[in-house]
Design a protein. Structure first.
Length: 317
């Protein structure tokens, strides 16, 4: 049986191995044909030469990633072990920088490789589509980028919008004034903002129009200049709504469109404006697209399991 010894230098074995060697246990799961032993500052691997070579290559990639970001977790390990090349999981160091110093000292930054790629796409393009399942941080990262742009005076206002499908778009049957009708549906956007902007400041921004939260129907006829605009839940737009929204783009504007094609609430036989736009605009220069997946889920670990379980039944013919 062949042996491979990997010595950790300039890296904390405790942090690299994980709590109670959780990271090593995950490596064992992906390399079941190897016997892995982690002690002190060494990882010893025993097995066939061909498998050892692959393990050596992958562990070197993990060590390099840890040396750059001083952190690895389950998502990073899975992405590194399953990726075909470094480009699949690595991003520029700057994309992992703090985006916003939030409320109570909270540091808001991209946490996964694809979230960091989303940051990079937004830096390079004026229009970006971020597509992926629930919990992958699409909206949250987008709001953080918008708040960052506002604080750095790159834009003068933030506009957050959603197609109010469940509320019937006209919202007429809901009780209360317009704000009371909209608030429950727009709550996830408020929640993200409250993490990043102190309450009184946020209220002031909303009152003076610096931050606007409105259903998609209210965008018709407007030209959106000097603004960071996020269209959330875009899978529930129709062809006409998506075209209307995309053509609102004015000077010095950033447009981000987020959505999950797996959660469409439109009537049957109505084509999702998001799905259509992804096809129509895929080769347009200046339009970026990033696809997040279950490895980017940063909610409870069960969310990832739920997504995988539903993916299995949805793939059955």
């Amino acid at each position: 049986m062949n042996e491979l010894i990997i010595e950790l230098t300039d890296i904390s074995p405790r942090e690299f191995f994980g709590l109670q060697n959780a990271n090593i246990d995950l490596l064992k799961k992906y390399f079941p044909k190897l016997k892995l032993v982690a002690r002190g500052s060494k990882i010893k691997a025993y097995g066939d030469e061909e498998v050892l070579e692959e393990f050596d290559r992958r562990i070197s990639m993990l060590l390099e990633h840890f040396g750059t970001y001083n952190k690895i977790d389950e998502n990073v390990i899975e992405r590194v072990l399953l990726s075909r090349s470094k480009d699949d999981y690595e991003t520029s160091a700057s994309s992992g920088d703090v985006l916003v110093h939030g409320v109570n000292g909270k540091l808001v930054k991209a946490q996964t490789a694809n979230q960091r790629k989303l940051v990079e796409k937004m830096q390079k393009n004026d229009m970006v589509f971020a597509v992926g399942p629930a919990g992958t941080g699409k909206t949250y990262t987008g709001v953080a980028l918008a708040v960052k742009a506002l604080k750095e005076k790159q834009v003068k206002r933030i506009i957050l919008t959603r197609p109010a499908v469940e509320a019937g778009e006209n919202l007429g049957f809901l009780p209360g004034d317009l704000k009371e009708k909209l608030d429950p549906y727009m709550q996830p956007l408020y929640d993200a903002l409250r993490d990043m902007i102190p309450f009184e400041k946020l209220e002031s921004y909303i009152e003076n129009g610096t931050i606007q939260i409105a259903p998609l129907a209210f965008m018709r006829g407007r030209t959106l200049d000097n603004a960071f605009v996020i269209l959330d839940e875009a899978q529930n737009t129709t062809h006409a709504q998506m075209k209307m929204f995309l053509t609102r783009m004015g000077k010095n504007a950033k447009f981000m469109i987020t959505g999950d094609p797996g959660q469409i609430d439109l009537p049957r036989r109505v084509i999702s404006g998001l799905k259509e736009a992804l096809l129509v605009l895929k080769d347009v220069n200046g339009v970026g697209m990033i696809y997040l997946d279950d490895k980017d889920v940063i909610r409870h670990r069960l969310v990832k399991e739920v997504i995988a379980a539903y993916k299995n039944i949805e793939n059955i013919d």
